[in-house]
Write a protein that binds this ligand. Structure first.
Ligand code: NAP
Length: 248
């Protein structure tokens, strides 16, 4: 493992994002995403085959400092998700005065969504769901605190507002998929992007890219490079949206 930017130096995986604890000083929305070199966010319908074990470890590190992890219904339909942290990171959270696990937040939609076997390693008290009016099933009510919304999609601003006001969640981590990343990015709510670029070519097909959904009327947003690490050809890039840098 080596750090390439802002300085070139060898390092251990424990050094990557070592300063993350300072994130807690201000409310932030982080986005953690992995893509192939050709920009695909899935291979064979899932993200599991893209990132390495180091990528998965860094994802745990990110989860260890956040209050809530947000995941979309599309992802839950395609793969099982364990949005919690493993024991060593749990201990770190407790030392920092955080609950052992971040809150799991699911953005459900109009489509069918079964939680059975999809979310592991979490107690029901830590699960919050946003669902369109009239779609909450008994199975969901059994396991989660449900917030109902009008319209097709949960408004990203509303999701963040509810998480901050009702659950005290200051640092929120978006874990996908591309439609969720897209809607929060278009709303201008993403403060930092943690992007793993895996040294793989997907082989083509119609797999989604990093952001999906309608294009932004505001145009592209310029981000500032914070750090780059490398391990076995995989790059771990961190970008930050400066508060003054809005749409160009
Ligand atoms: N590469 C990565 O880092 C990464 C990370 C996570 C997941 N993935 C992959 O991404 C794929 C799923 O992505 P996806 O884009 O199809 O689904 P998604 O982003 O996981 O979920 C989108 C669905 O969530 C519901 N939703 C409710 N409010 C929303 C909002 N504000 N914005 C967006 N969606 C909202 C909608 O459900 P309805 O459709 O029911 O209306 C929508 O279709 C899976 O194959 C998964 O493996 C990749």
């Amino acid at each position: 493992m080596q750090q390439l930017y802002p300085a070139l130096r060898p390092c251990g995986v424990q050094d990557v994002y070592a300063e993350l604890a300072t994130l807690r000083s201000s409310p932030r929305v982080l986005m953690n995403v992995v893509t192939t070199i050709d920009g695909r966010a899935t291979i064979g319908g899932s993200s599991h085959a893209i990132g390495s074990a180091t990528d998965h470890l860094l994802m745990q590190k990110l989860r260890s400092v956040v209050d809530a992890v947000v995941v979309g219904a599309g992802t839950l339909r395609r793969e099982s998700v364990s949005p919690g942290v493993a024991p060593p990171f749990r201990a770190e959270r407790e030392r920092a005065g955080l609950p052992p696990q971040p809150l799991t937040v699911v953005l459900g939609g109009e489509g069918e969504l079964s939680l059975r076997g999809r979310i592991g390693r979490l107690g029901p008290e830590r699960l919050v769901m946003f669902l369109p009016q009239g779609t909450d099933s008994l199975e969901v009510r059994d396991r989660a605190t449900v917030h109902l919304y009008c319209g097709r999609r949960a408004e990203p601003e509303e999701v963040i507002r509810v998480l901050r006001e009702r659950y005290g969640a200051r640092t929120v981590l978006l874990e996908g998929g591309p439609s969720v990343y897209g809607s929060f990015a278009r709303a201008g709510l993403v403060d930092e992007v943690f992007w793993t670029l895996s040294p793989k070519l997907s082989g083509g097909g119609d797999a989604p890219g990093m952001l999906e959904g309608p294009g932004s009327e505001g145009g592209p947003r310029t981000l500032r490079l914070v750090s780059v690490y490398e391990h076995l050809g995989e790059l771990y890039l961190r970008y930050r949206a400066a508060p003054t840098e809005v749409f160009d």
